[in-house]
Design a protein around this ligand. Structure first.
Ligand SMILES: Nc1nc2c(c(=O)[nH]1)N[C@H]1C(S)=C(S)[C@@H](COP(=O)(O)O)O[C@H]1N2
Ligand SMILES: [Mo]
Length: 517
């Protein structure tokens, strides 16, 4: 018991010390974040997919609590060991420090040996404390037959143990809170830089969303996804807080005749365009939530590349892959031909009328209509290298995902929800369909094994956005399966063949089972 408590308190002290030191180094160098990041990088795609499916955007929180739970168990075990053997217990704590330091140094965004400091300091604090606490926890001499039980040294020891552990726990909690506060304060420059930004009016504004693009159906996805509701998928355990004032983007590599480095203000002075583009994640299951539509403001990437002297392979250029790199070490590879074929590939700096939210890539991210996010939408971008698909595999490609991944035509039933119990009579079935950069031509609905019926399509905003649809169903009592399918502007109907998300996006049709009462 005393051993377990000693271990837990020593573990708490180690984490608190690490948190405090990470505030001085980098929040990302903290052991839990570093080990979590290393775990994410090594998670097989199937497990990652499962985590995204089960926990959604909370997957990172689950991972961090999981790490803490494992640490707590090991800490208590080490405490029990320390009561028998003080040195071995303390050495065990140091071993955890080595793991944390190793993870921190191995992160792609590691900035050097300083990143090992939080783990080393934390482990040192934890090891010393465990050594001391284990000393207090041991009852030196059992009371002899001639002593009164109340006067036994063990009783006095227990009180001392309680006092020392309580003090250590309180000090650790204080240090931990202080570390958290300092870590939060580190992002203040970035927050201030975001607050100072006044987005200029675009040289080329997006046309207003046609009135007929928004159906008045309760339960349907909003045509424009509010920033707070926009899905988030990334590997960052700590959202990078980049100061727009010191941010730079460098464009270089194969066939770049005039490499450049631009600042945020340089981008603001360029020709800005505003476009509605629907972004989807390759990890989205059929019927899943990882799709969102926003009005982006940004610099046409093709114009910037052309100024640097880049020619797409279609015109004889030597580089067929554009690799974007973020401040957190993510690498995302995009076909140069797609970026330069005239579509609105953007270096986006605005989202729905405000600077990018931090979680969505502040200050600048890429957006390319028609491609899944993992091959196009690099957030917190800081470097663009022109290279070839043969020469370089970016992050996801090294983890079983396809090199190239155009968005698959998909449709989703937003309402009624699965297992809903609508009344018999007219039930409005509605949802969204997307086939970015090709456009949606037709959406059909099928009830049970009946014939495919044309749904009513809302007006199209652009072929880069999703399209709402609805169908007035004369619902009869009983269980029914509703199935949707879409056809894109090339005339191709979404396949019925179910595939998993790996390697290039899920296919198959979305069905919803309801009970009409
Ligand atoms: N730096 C960075 N950019 C990233 C990712 C990431 O993990 N790190 N994930 C990509 C993936 S898989 C998707 S689907 C989109 C999601 O963008 P959102 O979170 O703004 O919706 O960002 C892309 N850009
Ligand atoms: Mo994604």
């Amino acid at each position: 018991m005393a051993g377990g408590v000693s271990g837990a308190v020593a573990g708490l002290a180690a984490l608190a010390a690490a948190e405090l030191v990470s505030a001085a180094v980098r929040p990302e160098a903290g052991p839990v974040v570093a080990v979590g990041g290393a775990a994410i990088d090594r998670t097989p795609p199937a497990v990652k997919d499962w985590a995204i499916r089960e926990f959604g955007t909370a997957d990172k929180l689950v991972l961090q609590w999981g790490i803490l739970a494992v640490l707590a168990l090991f800490a208590m075990a080490l405490g029990v060991l320390a009561v028998r053997h003080r040195v071995a217990g303390a050495a065990g704590v140091l071993l955890f420090g080595v793991v944390g330091a190793w993870a921190a140094l191995g992160r792609p965004d590691s900035t050097g040996f300083g990143d090992a400091l939080p783990s080393v300091a934390g482990a040192a604090a934890g090891a010393v404390l465990l050594y001391v606490l284990a000393g207090c926890a041991v009852r030196p001499v059992p009371p002899g037959p001639d002593q009164a039980a109340e006067a036994a040294p063990g009783v006095w020891d227990r009180r001392r143990f309680v006092v020392v552990t309580s003090a250590a726990a309180a000090a650790s909690a204080g240090a931990g809170v202080l570390g958290r506060t300092l870590n939060a304060a580190r992002g203040q420059d970035a927050v201030a830089s975001r607050r100072r930004i006044r987005l200029p009016a675009p040289a080329s504004a997006a046309a207003p969303v046609p009135a007929g693009a928004r159906l008045q159906v309760p339960g349907i996805s909003a045509f424009v996804t509010p920033n707070e509701d926009f899905y988030r998928v990334d590997t960052a355990l700590v959202v990078p807080k980049v100061d727009a004032g010191t941010w730079r983007l460098t464009i270089h590599g194969k066939g770049v005749r005039r490499p450049v480095t631009v600042s945020f203000d340089d981008l603001l002075r360029r020709r800005l365009v505003e476009r509605d583009i629907t972004l989807t994640c390759v990890s989205n299951e059929v019927g899943g939530p990882y799709a969102g539509n926003a009005r982006w403001l940004g610099v046409p990437l093709a114009e910037l590349l052309a100024e640097c002297g880049v020619e797409p392979p279609a015109r004889g250029g030597p580089a067929d892959q554009l690799v974007a790199r973020s401040v957190d070490g993510m690498t995302i590879g995009t076909p140069v031909d797609d970026v330069m074929d005239g579509r609105d590939a953007l270096l986006a700096l605005g989202m729905n009328g405000e600077p990018l939210p931090f979680a969505h890539g502040f200050p600048v991210r890429m957006v390319v209509p028609g491609l899944y996010g993992y091959v196009s939408a690099c957030k917190w971008i800081e470097d663009i290298e022109l290279t070839t698909f043969d020469a370089y595999d970016p992050y996801w490609v090294r983890r079983d995902w396809a090199r190239e991944a155009p968005v698959k035509t998909q449709s989703r039933i937003d309402t009624p929800k699965p297992f809903a119990r609508p009344r018999a009579g007219t039930v409005t079935v509605a949802g969204v369909a997307w086939a970015q950069h090709r456009g949606i031509d037709k959406v059909e609905l099928r009830v049970d094994d009946g014939p495919w019926q044309r749904a009513e399509l809302a007006a199209e905003d652009t072929r880069d956005t999703w399209r709402q649809w609805s169908y007035r169903w004369r619902a009869t009592p009983g269980n029914h399966t509703l199935t949707v399918r879409a056809t894109d502007r090339t005339g191709r109907t979404q396949t019925a063949r179910r595939t998993r998300t790996v390697p290039d996006g899920a296919s198959g049709r979305h069905s919803v089972v309801v009970t009409v009462t």
